[in-house]
Design a protein around this ligand. Structure first.
Ligand code: NI
Length: 255
């Protein structure tokens, strides 16, 4: 039993074969998934999917790359959606310093607004962090994000950054990159994360794990992430699946 905590089944890449993609995930033992919507196009698609499939849940937020496009009405929209019974998190939100479409100060403002919203609606936050580790941690601290906690999605930071996130009630989630042959750092970091705070994800259609690196990712491949993490943690696959699924249920408040 596996829980993919971050998947974009609402992406155009699945337009043709969404049914088969979901079926393969189920066959691989993926019993629950959180579909992440982060803009005007992907949020309604995520909501349609969670209304159709009982084992899918949604996270709704505004992506940092597009922070410059966010208007007040979007925050109102997210606030309304947050009361939907299948919306289990706010995000993905955060900071992305790799792309420069949105200036840093705009990204920070939009990030803070979503942390404040998450606290208001009492939902955990899903964090997208690309090349912005320290700024993310500083803002989470300043905004008291520990009140709701959340997920450091597809974590790529250091052990020190991970420790600060753990101290603020965040879970650390690993995806495809932890399986890459040359990925030394994520493996070292994963080894140090307590089992009680570890999550798995695919971020599909992006970041496909080894041996599918560079191809379209899909939620069935979360199994490869789980297998690699079990190896890193030196525990059985069953135990790794048990902990990560239980952690996700607890964090998202799913009974
Ligand atoms: Ni994502």
């Amino acid at each position: 039993m596996l829980f993919d905590t971050h998947v974009h089944l609402n992406a155009d890449q699945y337009e043709e074969d969404i049914e088969e993609v979901i079926e393969r995930a189920r066959e691989a033992g993926v019993t629950k998934m959180v579909v992440v919507g982060f803009d005007e196009k992907t949020i309604p698609k995520a909501m349609n999917l969670v209304e159709k499939y009982d084992f899918l849940y949604a996270a709704v937020g505004w992506h940092p790359v597009d922070a410059i496009d966010m208007e007040d009405r979007h925050i109102e929209w997210l606030r309304e959606l947050a009361s939907h019974p299948k919306v289990v998190a706010i995000g993905e939100t955060g900071l992305d310093y790799h792309w420069d479409k949105s200036p840093k100060d705009v990204q920070k403002k939009v990030f803070r607004r979503q942390i404040q919203l998450a606290k208001e609606v009492k939902l955990p936050i899903i964090i997208h962090d690309r090349d912005a580790h320290q700024d993310i941690v500083d803002i989470l601290k300043e905004e008291n994000a520990s009140e709701v906690g959340g997920i450091m999605h597809c974590f790529g930071g250091s052990i020190e950054i991970a420790q600060q996130c753990l101290n603020m009630n965040f879970y650390i989630s690993f995806g495809g990159p932890v399986t890459f042959k040359n990925a030394k750092k994520p493996k070292e970091v994963a080894k140090e994360i307590p089992l009680e705070r570890l999550l798995i994800e695919t971020d599909a259609p992006f970041l496909a794990p080894h041996p599918y690196r560079g191809k379209r990712n899909e939620p069935a491949y979360v199994k490869l992430v789980a297998e690699k993490l079990a190896e890193i943690k030196e525990i059985s696959y069953e135990e790794l699946a048990h902990y990560t699924t239980r952690n996700a249920f607890k964090l998202f408040g799913i009974s």
